[in-house]
Design a protein around this ligand. Structure first.
Ligand SMILES: O=C(O)CCC(=O)C(=O)O
Ligand SMILES: [Fe+2]
Length: 289
């Protein structure tokens, strides 16, 4: 069974699965003093915005071209041809490496393994809690408008990059859920949906995904060991090494069966931002509630 199982609680919580570090109590979710450098938010800003200075972030379209491509028969589809490239595709960018000193070992103020930005679902050992409901107004101490603006900006750039790379229309793609941060470490899986290392197909796992994108927020071999992303192709696997700032995207069907290697040490952070061709499955960008 893949990372893929889509159990009811995840449906309800609107989130996915990853290895969970059991959280001692809900109070651990309360805002804690942030490290001067670091934390999940700082990590996100650095990877998405370039050393925390948004202005220095190069537009996705100016990044180096795809380093890996594959054409393969796509699944039969009824979606608009403007949204579908007609064949399974994949692409990953190089990352531009820039990091502030002292940030690599910082850990997030939130001890979560999965945080779905759309619903607020946060994995908590064997359960999910709703972060937005839990914090109510105080959520603004956790996230700011600026964080969500940054998300929108990155989402838009990734959307445009996918459209450009696959020769489809960006306006025919819709953000879909879940859209989530993940944290993976070597802690034992708490539930079967924490077992991220199984081969799976995102379209099956998440239902609405037509295009999956992953923005990595930490570096393979430097911040964590194991944890490479593996496309399981007939005859030969192809591996992507996460690097902070690297974006990988691919069509979400059976043509892109994949898995993530077990993380042996350290902590791996990523954010998943995915798109659907079906407007009925589209969601708005996450907003502060
Ligand atoms: O984090 C990754 O590299 C991939 C995660 C994944 O396969 C998924 O969320 O479905
Ligand atoms: Fe996946």
């Amino acid at each position: 069974r893949g990372a893929a199982a889509a159990p009811e609680e995840r449906q309800r919580a609107g989130s996915g699965r990853r290895p969970g570090r059991a959280l001692p109590s809900p109070t651990s979710l309360l805002p804690s003093p942030r490290p001067a450098h670091g934390g999940t938010r700082a990590r996100w800003r650095r990877a998405a915005g370039g050393c925390g200075r948004r202005a220095s972030f190069p537009p996705l379209s100016s990044r180096p071209p795809a380093v890996s491509w594959r054409g393969a028969p796509g699944a039969l589809r009824t979606a608009s041809p403007r949204c579908w490239p007609g064949a399974g595709r994949r692409c990953s960018t190089s990352s531009w490496r820039c990091r502030a000193p002292g940030t690599t070992t910082a850990t997030g103020g939130l001890k979560a393994s999965i945080l779905d930005l759309h619903s607020g679902a946060l994995s908590l050992g064997k359960q999910f809690v709703n972060l937005y409901r839990y914090f109510g107004d105080k959520i603004q101490g956790i996230f700011t408008e600026e964080d969500f603006a940054l998300y929108r900006d990155v989402r838009q750039r990734i959307q445009q990059k996918i459209a450009q790379a696959f020769g489809i229309s960006s306006s025919s793609m819709y953000l879909t859920k879940p859209t989530f941060f993940s944290r993976i470490n070597s802690t034992e899986a708490k539930t079967t949906h924490d077992e991220y290392w199984h081969p799976h197909i995102d379209k099956v796992t998440y239902g609405s995904f037509d295009y999956t994108s992953l923005l990595y927020l930490s570096d393979y071999a430097e911040d964590f060991g194991g944890g490479r992303f593996v496309f399981m192709d007939a005859g030969s696997n192809k591996t992507i090494e996460p690097q902070a700032g690297r974006v990988s995207f691919f069509t979400s069907g059976s043509e892109n069966l994949h898995r993530v290697e077990k993380v042996h040490w350290g902590t791996r952070y990523a954010i998943t931002i995915s798109f659907t061709c079906n407007p009925d499955h589209g969601i708005g960008d996450p907003v502060l509630m």
